[in-house]
Design a protein around this ligand. Sequence first.
Ligand SMILES: NC(=O)c1ccc[n+]([C@@H]2O[C@H](COP(=O)([O-])OP(=O)(O)OC[C@H]3O[C@@H](n4cnc5c(N)ncnc54)[C@H](OP(=O)(O)O)[C@@H]3O)[C@@H](O)[C@H]2O)c1
Length: 320
Amino acid sequence: MRAVRFHEHGGPDVLRVDEIDKPEISAHEILVEVAGAGVNPVDTYIREGATQPFTLPMIPGIDVGGTVAAVGDGVSGFDIGDPVYGTGIGKNHYGGYAEYVTVPDDRLVQLPEGVDPMVAGAAGVVSGTAWRALIDHGNLQAADTCLIHGGSGGVGHAAVQIAAASGANVITTAAPTYHDALTDLGADVVLDYGRSDLADAVRDAAGGGVDVILDHRLHEYLQFDADVANVGCRVLGIGENETGVGFERSSATRRKDLQLTMMTMFNTPDLRVPLRKLAYLMSEGDLEISIAETYGLEDAAKAQQHVIEESFLGKVVIVP
Ligand SMILES: NC(=O)c1ccc[n+]([C@@H]2O[C@H](COP(=O)([O-])OP(=O)(O)OC[C@H]3O[C@@H](n4cnc5c(N)ncnc54)[C@H](OP(=O)(O)O)[C@@H]3O)[C@@H](O)[C@H]2O)c1
């Protein structure tokens, strides 16, 4: 089969397509014929060497969607031909940028009828992270006011939809070109993240303050989050562009009884739990993963550059 691999860490040019044997499944694995493998920023961090994969040469790709091609002896509940999607590979296990991938049965679920496996292959990391942040850690409730920074991003556009499906009042930020699309995805208010009065605009839109905040740029927004927070606000920190972040006015922040959770999707105790719930939302039309661009295996480097360097709504996907 054809698979994208990197034999050493480095820039996008270390990615190449190799012809290798189709992988063998072990007892608790499922062989998936890949229809789509979402491209995530973390794929580039692993490629660069910030996070060590379990082996080199490595096949990248945390996400996968496709069709069951073989089932391990110890696996139940999957049959050949079933449409499936999963996440959590590509780090301590070979990833999804390939024609076939074996997936441990604790991170793969069935797809309901009507959900495209290629599209679902782009859903895992972004919607799993948004679910884990807003629902599991943030305890988002109907009628809470929720702020999602960067609603046009992969995580952002999934988070907007999950928050809207939860019955929250959803405020998000994005470049103006994406405002109409984010309204269509369920945002109640969309604000340009470039405006100088953003904190006032968020407080106005919230009618005071915000109950839950999803922040992927803590280096820029951590103090901002505290400034727009209601007392008891839950801030979910999923990313930052600097190695250390902190509050500029910590004593004022303390008056908010702020709860800050620094989290990673990889700590999810059982990935099948959010994956099944997200599959349900996809089947009901409450979660639509927007596909900005697809790339073949031979263009994996371009796909990763697209994710890091360009502006787009939703997801970039490798389609073998
Ligand atoms: N902790 C975890 O488990 C976890 C999981 C997934 C992702 N992450 C991290 O979360 C971050 C986002 O991931 P992603 O997959 O959603 O990436 P993405 O698709 O590239 O989205 C990033 C978004 O940030 C927006 N943005 C840029 N500047 C901004 C600003 N000043 N204010 C608000 N938004 C701004 C971008 O908008 P423009 O297009 O307008 O530039 C883009 O929509 C990454 O750092 C990733 O590593 C963490």
